[in-house]
Design a binder for this molecule. Sequence first.
Ligand code: HEM
Length: 401
Amino acid sequence: MTAVFFNPLQDGYTDDPWSHFAEMREAEPVHALLTGGYALFRYDDVFALLRDPEMSVDDRNANFDDMDRAALVEEFSEFNEFESILGMDPPDHTRLRRLVSKAFTPRTIEALRPRIEEMVDGMLDTMEEAGTADVVGELAFPLPFDVISEMLGLPEADKDQIRDWSGAIVKTLDPIITEDEMREAGEANRNLEGYLETVIDWKRANPADDILTAMIDAEESGDRMTPKELRDQVNLLFVAGHETTVNLIGTGIKELLAHPDQADLWRNDPSLDANAVDEMLRWVSPVQFSRRITLKDTEIDGVTVPAKSFVQTSLASANHDPAKFGPTAEQLDLSRPDAGQHVSFGSGIHYCLGASLAKLEGQVAIGRFLRRFPNAEPSGEPVWNGRINLRGLDRFLVRVQ
Ligand code: HEM
């Protein structure tokens, strides 16, 4: 038997990671990566690991010695100093998540619906006038960007500049990253931090009814959040708020144009809205990997993973696992009854804080796009963004009339 190894740098991977995942689920579902650490590919293993209270998410608990990628992380150590709740264990995680989550209750999010509908309709108007439009640049990216900017109460900003920075930063979430990419990410991160510090100072002088003001109040009213913790949580909300949802909407629309029967189903049945978004989240998997760090030797599916291992959980592979979703796992089916059991938002204590917001944005943007432009069709080949984890499109031209 030939040894299998997971190589996301292989030609053709971006177009079709799914066949690689299928191979790994069969041949080696608990896989020691050539670059160090492990990756899990089966739903049951991924789900259990994400929810295991004995796992850490704090990089400082990982043994970096045998990891190529981590050596780079060490070299450009600013990322070790970035302390968002995504990389924090209890009790700090519990304390900060409680403060940040106040603004993300399902009720608060649902109240944003009319504003999100208004934003989407404005973007669709512009697309209609042009006749041919880039779905990513004109809808999938600006919608979540404008929504999170408005929720945080950020001033008008140079969107293209920030898009470049955050694009470079999220590259560090890939299982494999080059030294140049890491250096670029470090530079982008310094720029974004500088920008956010200026914005936070400005907000201190100009408080308003927004999340950033609420977070500043929490920081100023005691020692519950330090200025650095505040900046890092704003950074996370800002970047996670748009770099993920862009893929749900962009790749989601591309996939629906490639599955016209499913697009018709959604278009004609508004009662499908909620389930359809869950199925798109499962199908697209806008964040393809999350991760945990073992604190002790841990047996997973018969393999002993040593303490201090960095374990990548392939959310995308779990979402397409026939052992969970049955023989139709590799088909897009908007009426799938258990679509909502996808792990696209992770699971356990780090379950995505923005899940309700992302679903609302996806529902409104994709649903309204399909209904407004029943004859939409691709105009040229989609351009991928070159990311392994936050896999999505940079550009996707569509004729809407
Ligand atoms: C389709 C869009 C999105 C996807 C697929 C997604 C996915 C994820 C995933 C996989 C995690 C890690 C969960 C884990 O490891 O168990 C996460 C965490 C998080 N997400 Fe999202 N996300 C999306 C949108 C958003 C939005 C819109 C926001 C905020 C405005 C957001 C804020 C966060 C935060 C703050 C965390 C950290 C939670 C914690 O560590 O406690 N996300 N997300």
